[in-house]
Design a protein around this ligand. Structure first.
Ligand code: AMP
Ligand code: ZN
Length: 467
């Protein structure tokens, strides 16, 4: 496996810290609102990374934090006059509903910031002891001039550092490299925790250092997030974690490029966003949204348009129809085809090579469509027998381990009894017993099952699917 590591700025070969295992941390949602599909581009790519490692036999431990205390959640809950907990609970639930809808596999851990105050306080104490942090009236700050490697991830120019300039808010821009707040002392009307380092609440960056190291160890394999996280968030995570432990924090950094609309990053603050729910309401299918978000290479910006979503819908339908035909055709018994075997083998090889090469999902996608096209051609000429069809279906299921766009349950699934009747009709036809064959066709028709004879064998459709 090789992929692009932001820290070294190169494509590197992946070497896990523990043989056969991957431990990865993925920055999660701030639960102050519904996530938008730009956020989901990141989460879906992280899902692809997770599935790719599993596909290659690794055991994956993934942690995704839930930021349930920060400037935004506090402000919004105060505006509505409800508790921070009640407010964030609603959007945490919505987040889980959305990732299930998009078939994003669940991570092993979803730690909440508010449930890890103790760990954050411990970390801040260490930073104070080691001289990386200092106390001011309003907050405890991290002194970035003390951390020699500051800027190594984002390659920001530390020369412009204005020593001792501090910032308390959670987000600040790249032009102002400043000391950031680790712990914000209690302010009127804001939630706070009583701790050894005083009454207050954590800054945003410290939570990811504390929670990643708690669940994955002081050094772990991979840390991911969108490119907007590189600076300051991930830079600050490195400074906090390595300052406290003296050890390397993360071996590989992977960053996902943005989903943009009309040339601008999709974001809440710009108001140019769609939530998943918006798109579902218009009538788009989750599988199509998933497919659109995953099929552009993660190191390219993805320009979101409704046109692209329509195209993704068509592409998903192509895969679905292929699957549907395989599942609803009673294939003829015949010798296995060496050509089919060869196509399956070559395509899967190409697919694996694409994934191993910097998670090249766009190449993996075109490999799948090439595979479908080749098999369809053979199938329409009657060249697929029952055994071939099983191999093809098995291969399609392998692709689906990554893409996950096939229906969970086929609505057209028919009962065993009906299937037996179809088989009986085939037998009757072979024996030229057309009377019985027609009788069966009628019985099935009464049950809403329409038969269609194709080159590869008889195929059924449910009347409800046709209308
Ligand atoms: P946030 O809730 O803003 O902290 O974002 C959660 C995750 O989504 C982070 O990993 C961000 O980098 C990522 N993200 C935010 N906006 C976009 C976007 N337009 N495209 C891709 N990823 C994004
Ligand atoms: Zn984070």
């Amino acid at each position: 496996m090789k992929f692009y590591d932001t820290y070294s700025g190169k494509i590197v070969e992946f070497k896990p810290l523990h043989k056969g295992e991957v431990r990865m941390y993925t920055c999660g949602p701030t639960v102050y609102d519904y996530a938008h599909i730009g956020n989901f581009r990141s989460y879906i790519f992280e899902d692809i990374v997770r599935r790719t490692f599993k596909y290659f036999g690794y055991k994956v431990t993934q942690v995704m934090n839930i930021t349930d205390v920060d400037d935004k959640t506090i402000k919004k809950s105060a505006e509505l006059g409800i508790s921070l907990k009640d407010y964030t609970e609603k959007y945490t639930q919505a987040f889980f509903e959305d990732i299930d809808t998009l078939r994003i596999e669940r991570a092993e851990f979803y730690p909440k910031a508010t449930e890890h105050i103790k760990e954050m306080v411990e970390l801040i104490k260490k930073l104070l002891d080691k001289g990386y942090a200092y106390i001011k009236e309003d907050a405890i700050y991290y002194d970035i001039s003390k951390f020699e490697n500051y800027g190594a991830l984002s390659k920001i120019d530390v020369k412009n550092l204005r020593k001792g300039v501090r910032i308390q808010i959670d987000e600040y821009d790249k032009d102002n490299v400043q000391d950031f707040a680790l712990w914000k002392f209690k302010r009127e009307g804001e939630p706070f925790w009583k701790t050894e380092i005083g009454e207050g609440r954590p800054g945003w960056h410290i939570e990811c250092s504390a929670m990643s190291m708690k669940y994955l160890g002081e050094t772990f394999d991979i840390h991911m997030g969108g490119v907007d996280n590189i600076f300051p968030h991930h830079e600050n995570e490195i400074a906090q974690s390595e300052g406290a432990t003296g050890k390397k924090f993360v071996n590989y950094w992977i960053h996902i490029h943005h989903l943009i609309v009309n040339g601008e990053k999709m974001s809440k603050s710009k108001g140019n966003f769609y939530t998943l729910r918006d798109l579902l309401r218009i009538g788009y299918k989750p599988e199509a949204i998933r497919f659109l978000l995953l099929s552009t290479h993660y190191r390219k910006t993805l320009n979101f348009t409704m046109e692209a979503l329509k195209q993704a819908t068509k592409n998903v339908e192509r895969v679905f129809n292929f699957y549907y035909d395989l599942k609803t055709t009673v294939f003829k018994e015949k010798e296995e085809s060496s050509e089919v075997k060869e196509i399956i083998g070559n395509s899967e090889k190409k697919f694996r090579a694409a994934l191993e090469d910097d998670f090249n999902v766009s190449l993996a996608t075109s490999t799948l469509f090439e595979f479908i096209k080749k098999i369809n051609k053979i199938q329409s000429a009657g060249g697929i027998g029952r055994k071939d069809s099983e191999l093809v279906l098995n291969s399609l299921n392998n692709y689906n381990k990554i893409f996950d766009i096939l229906p969970k349950k086929l609505e057209t699934e028919i009962e065993e009894e009906m299937y037996k009747l179809i088989k009986e009709r085939e037998k009757a036809r072979k024996e030229k017993n057309y009377k019985r064959a027609d009788e069966i066709r009628d019985i099935l028709k009464d049950k809403g099952i329409i038969l269609e004879d194709t080159q590869s064998g008889v195929r059924w459709k449910k009347r409800s699917d046709i209308s």
